[in-house]
Design a protein. Sequence first.
Length: 327
Amino acid sequence: MRFVDVTQPGGPEMLVIAEGPVPKPSVGEVLIKVAAAGLNRADLLQRQGHYPPPPGASPILGMEVSGHIAQIGASVDSSWNIGDAVCALIPGGGYAEYCVAAAWCCLPVPAGVSLTDAAGLPEAVFTVWANLFAQPYLREGERFLVHGGTSGIGTTAIQMAKAFGARVVTTAGSGEKCSFCLSLGAERAFNYREEDWAAGAFEWSEQKGVDVILDMVGGDYFPKHLKLLASKGRLIHIATTGGSQVTADLRTIMLKRLVVTGSTLRPRTVSEKFVLRNQILRQVWPLIEAGKVRPIVDRVFAMDEVAEAHRRMQSSTHIGKILLQVS
Ligand SMILES: NC(=O)c1ccc[n+]([C@@H]2O[C@H](COP(=O)([O-])OP(=O)(O)OC[C@H]3O[C@@H](n4cnc5c(N)ncnc54)[C@H](OP(=O)(O)O)[C@@H]3O)[C@@H](O)[C@H]2O)c1
């Protein structure tokens, strides 16, 4: 099969098309003939040699795909058949004509979503669900701030939060991106390069503070978040683009009774992902099929244009998901 190889850790020019054996599904796995793969920020880090795949995962880039089931491994229950159209969360191996996926991490392509666009759903929907709703940290009627409103995560978080009855504000890096966030249902969108987003969000909350923040920045945003949160607020970290070392006044956490947490999705066990997958199938898939949450796709690149696709994500000019059309 053809796949995207990283010749050595480095820039997008290190991505080349290579040929290798089709993987074999192990116990509990299916083989997927990949139609499309979603790009994620973590793929850029992995390409640079900063984010190795978890033990046992394919070294090939790609953490989400859509396609058709081509082969079924041992002990997979009868819910999947050869030829079924699925999208899947995988720990690696997606930038390839074939990949294996745990049957428990596959979902049917939602009605009304194209096979290609479905490749952009798993990573963002699992991450947003796991961090906001599985606990649940975000509830109906609460005030919610998500950074990176036009990222794959941000576009999904805005829509899911709205669909579950929360009120949303967000940040983005340009006026055009802020307008797009408003079109998705955010009440306010702050250009973090030009505006004091913390002051803006506090004013929006009528000086009460926000209940939940989903953060991918960290660094010097941390003390601002503690100040901005309402009593019993929840601060949830999913990345540390702005730095992982922070300083804070612990008294603020105690006096406001804040919850400060965070998580990563990729290293979780298949069983843990299966619990999330079942919740998502019951509670999020109907919202997608009703058009209340839709995949926002920035651009679809051919697999041969993978270096260009990585350059686009690196430039942060995209709005929504960047996808690779594999076959
Ligand atoms: N923990 C997990 O399990 C998990 C899972 C998936 C993704 N993630 C993380 O979630 C983030 C989004 O992922 P993605 O794949 O959707 O990537 P993406 O589309 O490349 O998004 C990155 C986002 O970060 C925003 N950003 C960067 N610096 C910022 C700042 N100082 N203030 C506000 N926003 C800032 C960017 O905003 P502009 O482009 O507008 O500048 C952009 O929207 C990534 O950091 C990724 O690593 C974590």
